[in-house]
Design a protein around this ligand. Structure first.
Ligand SMILES: [Zn+2]
Length: 281
């Protein structure tokens, strides 16, 4: 049995310090992006079918909008540099920089050694939700993605329409890679529209019914040329369970929008990270 030290309460009372104060992060020019979005026109749209994923390409300087249609539905998003799959969305570092959930003005950062913004959130119709009494909020970067391996570990199942598998098939379709190779590029997601948090008493990851309704949307500015894949999670609105065919599921739309000529005058895609990679040698 561990002995509680006499100054236990004093140690617990030490105030927290933010790990990564983000005031020095390069700030997106939101006025420029908003102006460009106001005059942008839809170019294309694809639909992720329920319990399946779609893929899409969006050029640097364009927008993509993930929209709820038909019914409440959560989406699992993966992003890659369209020309280099090794540069992909880094959920953990995005969490470290912005917090557990992301909204307007925050960015999706790419993996090492690139570590630059891949996309910036320019509109979020669920930004009214805030943080609820359970500590829950929407659009998290704390979950991983539902996957058949964890399902197998916990219940011995063989379920093939978890977001991990949906994203694997979508990337294989987009690139022509065999499934096993495509799978290696699938990564932790942005949980679009999902409402999640950690329980205060046990620290466990929780989900609850998403507040999303048809017409709600999350809109991104593409900072670099992107290949994206979006899975309409088998959990539906994630109010009860995932990794099965039990929940009511709905499609999700991804719309690509192009700004008017000249609307981004002076804007340039972000450079790769400036660390020299010598690692002390
Ligand atoms: Zn899922």
């Amino acid at each position: 049995m561990t002995r509680v030290p006499p100054d236990a309460e004093a140690r617990r009372a030490v105030p927290p310090v933010i790990c990564y104060p983000n005031e020095t992060l390069p700030q997106p020019d939101m006025a420029l992006y908003r102006g460009a979005l106001a005059g942008a026109l839809p170019m294309a749209s694809v639909m992720a079918a329920p319990r399946d994923a779609c893929h899409f390409r969006v050029s640097a300087g364009q927008f993509f909008r993930i929209r709820s249609v038909e019914g409440p539905q959560v989406g699992d998003l993966n992003l890659w540099n369209a020309d280099d799959l090794s540069e992909r969305f880094y959920s953990g570092k995005t969490r470290a920089l912005h917090g557990t959930h992301v909204s307007t003005g925050e960015r999706l950062w790419s993996s090492f050694p690139h570590l630059r913004p891949m996309a910036t959130i320019v509109e979020d119709t669920l930004d009214w939700y805030g943080i609820d009494a359970f500590g829950g909020s929407v659009h998290d970067v704390i979950g991983t993605r539902c996957d058949p391996y964890t399902g197998n570990l916990l219940s011995g199942s063989q379920y093939h329409h978890c977001c991990h598998s949906n994203l694997t098939r979508a990337l294989a379709d987009a690139t022509g890679l065999p499934l096993r190779q495509a799978e290696a590029h699938v990564h932790d997601v942005l949980n679009v529209f999902m409402c999640t948090g950690f329980t205060r008493n046990t620290g466990q990851y929780f989900m609850k019914a998403s507040p999303v309704r048809p017409g709600d949307a999350l809109t991104f500015f593409a900072e670099i040329d992107l290949l994206g894949a979006l899975s309409a999670c088998p959990g539906g609105d994630c109010s009860s369970e995932h990794s099965s065919d039990t929940a009511a599921c709905f499609p999700l739309e991804v719309e690509i929008l192009a700004p008017a000529e000249g609307a981004l005058a002076g804007w340039q895609p972000p450079a790769r990270n400036g660390y020299d990679r010598s690692h002390g040698r």
